[in-house]
Write a protein that binds this ligand. Structure first.
Ligand code: F6R
Length: 613
């Protein structure tokens, strides 16, 4: 989704910091980019549809090169097609200010009509430009009080925003910002003050960052920043020390971030899990989730979106088996609008890589309103979901840049299983011995994952993918705790390869999807050694009998024996098998996308973090 950067320095140029900031944000998905700077005399804007390279092309005239204050934006079109004119920044007030905006102004049509009636000329079709003109109007009325003008304009807006303005104040150029919904982060670096909608854009300047709260506004100058809360009171927000290394966000020698991130999974698992295990006690250490807090939990409501929802489904199987607590799982986007009923003592569990997904945040706010406590499993320290939750388990996947989630998924599943063990122990439903067996199994997963990621294994997967790349469709089937892995395998494939793929519970085949089977279809069968393995084998036989081509992924040799193609996976406890089975499926999607020449890290139409509905 859209990205914002801002930089203001004492007499030092900011253009390269802005361009580099936008480059860091590219991974989030965008269709145009732009920059505005204050030269000391005037505000200049350059913006261009398409990739950042197009913008860099028009920066070569050097006009923006010496300016020491500026803002930048990557736009992901919502209102108005991707175009040069619809790109941000938008100018308003006859050149008095430039503005960038993430979010949605819901009442933009009525505001546009009102401003047009006053003679304002609009150059774009965006909702954002409306906000720019509204602010400029207020600024004309109160030229010496830019923050008050911004506040007055925002008071008329219905919707969500992270907004940054570049303008002149009586002490020189300044950047104003405000947040209601989409994230904004500020930091003071050695040479100046910086703003970003994603902390990755700030890490090259400082690892101590402040996350604005909803309703906050701020003013940035070269010497620092001042923040104000929704009531207009000056506030001190304590900077958080972020332990991500900005270099982790580089892909290094890898052809794609996605492939790099798939290969990072053994380390991600170790970082997320190992320090939290107490094998001797047969328990897991999760601060804020001690026995007292968990004993009263009678139900769990999982809310999440996309891949994170699949991790939530795996977690459901683990919690119900290990802790014997009933679990409901819902798409956050459905949950928030269906007038849900939550039983007493329900714990809401939100899984989210970014911690900024609008639907998941709205769903957990609703859970809190209905009286539930919220636990977040999240990958981003300081994210809204973490700050709003009553407790959090941080996954340690590091920055995930590939739009298709891989390492964040395995970290979420691993954290979900840790939580299931902790809950099982707190509720007295999981024995020390069984917990120890699970923890030992988890310790062994790192090397088992490594076995799946050797060069020869990857080459095998690449050949398998080549053999199937021309299939007219893909059906992924699984049972039990591997059913969500079938869903995840299908989602990965459609996201990055743009081929039709569906995930299904294998037992549901005969209730409809079996009609799809013919020799042009590939059926990916995800299996494990489990009491359900026999049933899975008969599903495979049914598929083969109808001419379908089966690729068997998992550890059940008897299923492999039936299949045309196989991808053997090391044997693990059934509950842990999703953490292994998902890896060949990620590689399968990656290599099919490679074969089809797709833009793997930035699949069409997708954004990394969906901060609006
Ligand atoms: C798919 C993918 C998405 C996200 C979903 C939720 O590869 O990445 O489906 O899982 O948008 O995002 P987070 O986890 O940030 O809430």
């Amino acid at each position: 989704m859209c990205g914002i950067v801002g930089a203001i320095r004492q007499g030092e140029p900011v253009l390269s910091a802005l361009v580099e900031g936008l480059r860091v944000l590219e991974y989030r998905g965008y269709d145009s980019a732009g920059i505005a700077v204050h030269t000391g005399q005037e505000i200049l804007v350059r913006k261009k549809q398409g990739r950042l390279a197009n913008l860099e092309g028009i920066l070569e005239d050097g006009a923006l090169a010496g300016a020491s204050a500026g803002i930048g934006h990557t736009r992901w079109a919502t209102h108005g097609a991707p175009s040069d004119l619809n790109a941000h920044p938008h100018m308003a007030g006859g050149g008095a200010l430039a503005m960038v905006h993430n979010g949605i102004i819901e009442n933009h049509q009525s505001l546009r009509q009102e401003l047009a009636a006053k003679g304002i000329k609009f150059v774009s079709q965006t909702d954002s430009e409306v906000l720019g003109h509204l602010i400029a109007e207020e600024l004309t009325a109160a030229p010496d009080e830019p923050l008050a003008a911004l506040r007055a304009a925002l008071a008329r807006v219905e919707g969500y925003y992270a907004v940054a303005l570049l303008l002149d104040t009586d002490t020189g150029p300044a950047i104003l910002c405000a947040r209601q919904g989409p994230p904004l982060v500020v930091a003071q670096g050695p040479g100046g003050t910086y703003l970003g909608s994603d902390l990755l854009a700030l890490l090259p300047h400082s690892s101590d960052v402040v996350f604005l709260e909803d309703g906050d506004m701020g003013i940035l100058t070269a010497g620092g920043y001042a923040l104000f809360d929704a009531a207009g009171n000056s506030v001190e927000r304590v900077p958080e020390a972020i332990d991500w290394d900005p270099k982790e966000a580089n892909k290094g020698p890898w052809p794609h971030h996605m492939l790099k991130e798939i290969h990072e999974q053994p380390d991600v698992l170790a970082r997320t899990v190992f320090d939290r295990m107490d094998e001797e006690a047969g328990d897991v250490i999760l601060p804020g989730l001690e026995d007292d807090a968990l004993r009263q939990v009678e139900r769990i409501q999982v809310v999440a979106c996309g891949t994170a929802l699949h991790a939530g489904l795996v977690t459901r199987y683990a919690i119900e088996e290990l802790a014997r607590v009933p679990v409901d799982v819902d798409f956050a986007s459905e949950f928030r609008y269906r007038g849900p009923v939550l039983a007493k003592n329900t714990l809401a569990l939100a899984l989210t890589q970014s911690g900024e997904t609008a639907d998941t945040l709205a769903a957990t706010r609703l859970c809190q309103k209905l009286g539930a406590r919220v636990l977040a499993i999240c990958n981003v320290q300081g994210a809204s979901q973490v700050r709003e939750a009553d407790a959090a388990i941080l996954t340690h996947a590091g920055p995930e840049i590939g739009v298709a989630s891989t390492k964040a998924f395995t970290a979420q599943v691993a954290a979900g299983i840790l939580f299931a063990i902790r809950l099982g122990r707190a509720k007295g439903n999981l024995s020390v011995e069984r917990a120890r067996e699970l923890l030992q199994g988890m310790r062994g997963l790192r090397s088992q994952m490594e076995q799946l990621l050797t060069q020869s294994k990857c080459e095998e997967m690449r050949s398998v993918a080549r053999r199937h790349a021309a299939a007219k469709g893909f059906l992924f089937i699984g049972r039990g705790i591997n059913y969500p892995i079938a869903l995840e395998g299908a989602l990965k494939l459609k996201e990055i390869s743009y081929v039709h793929a569906e995930g299904y519970a294998a037992g549901e085949m005969k209730h409809g999807p079996i009609a799809l089977i013919d020799p042009g279809m590939t059926i990916v069968c995800v299996n494990a050694q489990s009491p359900l393995a026999d049933k899975m084998r008969s599903n495979v036989e049914q598929v083969q009998a109808r001419g379908g081509v089966v690729l068997s992924v998992g550890s059940d040799q008897a299923t492999h024996d039936l299949a045309r193609d196989v991808c053997p996976v090391p044997t693990a406890l059934e509950i842990l098998s999703p953490l292994l089975n998902v890896i060949p499926l990620q590689l399968f999607s990656y290599y099919i996308a490679e074969q089809r020449g797709c833009d793997i890290d930035k699949p069409r139409n997708l954004a990394k973090s969906v901060t609006v509905e």
